[in-house]
Design a protein around this ligand. Structure first.
Ligand code: PLP
Length: 392
């Protein structure tokens, strides 16, 4: 039976009960290894001649349940779960390149991804060209050895919506694969594989987990590509704990509801910020003033634009520090996507490894604050920002 998006989130992944009754939630298979009656049966599982699990780094039933849900809602052939978003990102890229290859990446990315691509890949003799896919044609940057293009659906922290359809077409024309970090959008808002991307990655620490209590990563792609990522992952080894996989499944059941509410609240908050004279600019793809609003409207589902925005304070660094210090319930938190509204200061948190020049290119000023809109009554959140901005 074909299932709708929300029904997939709620019902998929139940791989466990075989008897007349079964546990309503998925059991946690908290084991690092599985036992066998004899060498022949172990051999059969290794060779794929019998179903079964061997060792949790190779796979675990809770990982498989999680992967079934994620592959389905991201419209991929298969998915893999890792112990952090960076684990997922690193493996998805490493599995696609070899020494001498080149990759093209957006110049506005989560700071850890930027640093990994710039510094770690260089140690494997993989070179990179950072580009501005919003304002320039990326075609001239391809070389015969370009294997990967790497972007975020909504860039962190510029909040620009990438034209994934057009970037995928250009990448494929040059024989490269498109890897998309879909963390800020989630598949509720955008499904990059349907727009031509080859691999989707997530920091599941953010919206997929959604409660600020899991560190996790997800990769989704077609079965062949996932096989390549699996081989790299098995040997680099950032396995997700079965307990975290279980927590993540628990969170995914409510993903659609949460993302709708985060998005509705964020639009209201962004509209309020546009009216406050202490704020120079508001970066949110849901605002008609956003340079990528039309792209977001075309590629995103249901007029949802996510819970993340950035604001540039007219008072610069001093005003930013004062705002962060004086907010009461809205905490300064170097992460995002929990149930409560939080703030971050990219220049000193997610992007602190960038040079001044790189910060400038990424549009990260000293007055820039990133906001993760929570699920509270939005009137309370607007009132708290309004009170605090009036004071600084
Ligand atoms: C967009 C994005 N991708 C990836 C990551 C890295 O994820 P993790 O911290 O789970 O390794 C982050 C972390 O903030 C992020 O914001």
């Amino acid at each position: 039976m074909d299932k709708s998006f929300s029904s997939k989130l709620i019902h998929l992944g139940d791989k466990f009960g075989e008897s007349v009754s079964r546990s309503k939630s998925i059991p946690i298979v908290m084991t690092s290894v599985f036992s066998f009656d004899d060498v022949e049966s172990l051999d059969q599982v290794y060779e794929g001649e019998a179903d079964g699990y061997i060792y949790t780094r190779n796979g675990n039933p809770v990982h498989d349940a999680l992967s079934e849900i994620m592959a389905s809602v991201e419209e991929g052939g298969a998915a893999l779960a890792y112990s952090s978003g960076m684990g997922a990102i690193a493996l998805s890229i490493i599995s696609q390149v070899k020494s001498g290859d080149h990759i093209i990446a957006a110049n506005v990315l989560y700071g850890g991804s930027f640093q990994f691509i710039k510094s770690e890949l260089a140690r494997f003799n993989v070179s990179v060209t950072f580009v501005d896919p919003i304002n320039e044609d990326i075609a001239p940057y391809f070389k015969p050895e370009t294997k990967v293009v790497y972007v975020e659906t909504i860039s962190n922290p510029a909040m620009e919506a990438m034209d994934l359809e057009s970037i995928a077409k250009t990448a494929h024309c040059h024989g490269a694969k498109l890897i998309v970090d879909n963390t800020f959008a989630t598949p509720v808002i955008c499904q990059p594989l349907l727009l031509g991307a080859d691999i989707v990655v997530h920091s599941a620490t953010k919206y997929l987990g959604g409660h600020s209590d899991i560190t996790a990563g997800i990769v989704v792609a077609d079965k062949e590509t996932i096989g390549q990522v699996y081989t790299s992952g098995l040997l680099f080894g950032p396995t997700m704990s079965p307990f975290d996989a279980w927590l993540l499944i628990r969170s995914l059941r409510t993903l659609e509801l949460r993302v709708r509410q985060h998005s509705d609240n964020a639009l209201r908050l962004a509209e309020y910020f546009e009216t406050n004279p202490k704020i120079n600019s508001v970066y949110y793809p849901g605002l008609p003033s956003s340079p990528t609003h039309s792209v977001a409207k075309r590629l995103f589902h249901n007029n949802l634009f996510g819970g993340m925005m950035s604001i540039d304070l007219a008072g610069g660094e001093r005003a930013a520090y004062d705002l962060l210090r004086n907010l009461e319930t809205i905490k300064f938190v170097p992460s995002l996507a929990g149930v409560s509204t939080s703030t971050s200061y990219p220049a000193k948190t997610s992007h602190r490894s960038l040079t001044d020049d790189e910060l400038k290119k990424a549009g990260i000023s000293k007055g820039l604050i990133r906001i993760s809109t929570g699920l509270e009554d939005i009137n309370d959140i607007i009132a708290e920002f309004d009170r605090t901005l009036a004071k600084i």
